[in-house]
Write a protein that binds this ligand. Sequence first.
Ligand code: FMN
Length: 196
Amino acid sequence: MKDILFVDACMRGPETSRTWLLSQSFLSACQARWPGVNIRRRDLSACSLPPLTAALAEERDRRFLNQPQDPMFDPAREMQGADLVVIAAPYWDLSFPAALKIYLEWASVLGITFHYTREGVQEGLCRADQLVYITTAGGPLEGQNFGFDYVRGLGQMFGISRAHCLSAQGLDIQGNDPEALLAQAREEALQLASRL
Ligand SMILES: Cc1cc2nc3c(=O)[nH]c(=O)nc-3n(C[C@H](O)[C@H](O)[C@H](O)COP(=O)(O)O)c2cc1C
């Protein structure tokens, strides 16, 4: 394990985000397991990627032919080259913050993260074979973890065949003990890192 891509969609920032806290437990466990591993953070709260319009998509196709090293392709290249992809995103409106969807649109580039074979079959081009999706939710996720379902599906399109979800749920339900729920999830983070 050399390179971990950490896609940080914790929009409340490291100071307040519980998802961020949980992600740090997981990443620390990864560092303990693979000393010297390089963690590349893509901070989506500070990221100004625009939503992909038709004009931008056409521009992207043009640049892919003429300027394939353009920074516009950085999200796709970092996704393609990582050995492990870790995505941290709070549970917002049954999925995740829009900034993550925008990032994933920029990571989905024909010829970098996926392609089609001569027979017309879609094939993933990413190096990683696993991704970890980390989330925390105010209520329960059960049956409605649509953000994870989507990321898992997109990962498969990219050739990342296995996806794991690490979560803490029910943090905003009155009567629950969010600290205890988070502590339990942090324990699960250590276990997950040890069996990847
Ligand atoms: C904009 C927004 C949307 C949310 N939507 C949901 C939701 O649909 N279901 C839910 O259970 N909690 C929802 N929550 C609560 C968060 O999932 C919960 O507080 C989570 O722990 C926040 O993560 P963070 O501390 O990393 O920001 C929402 C919170 C915000 C700010």
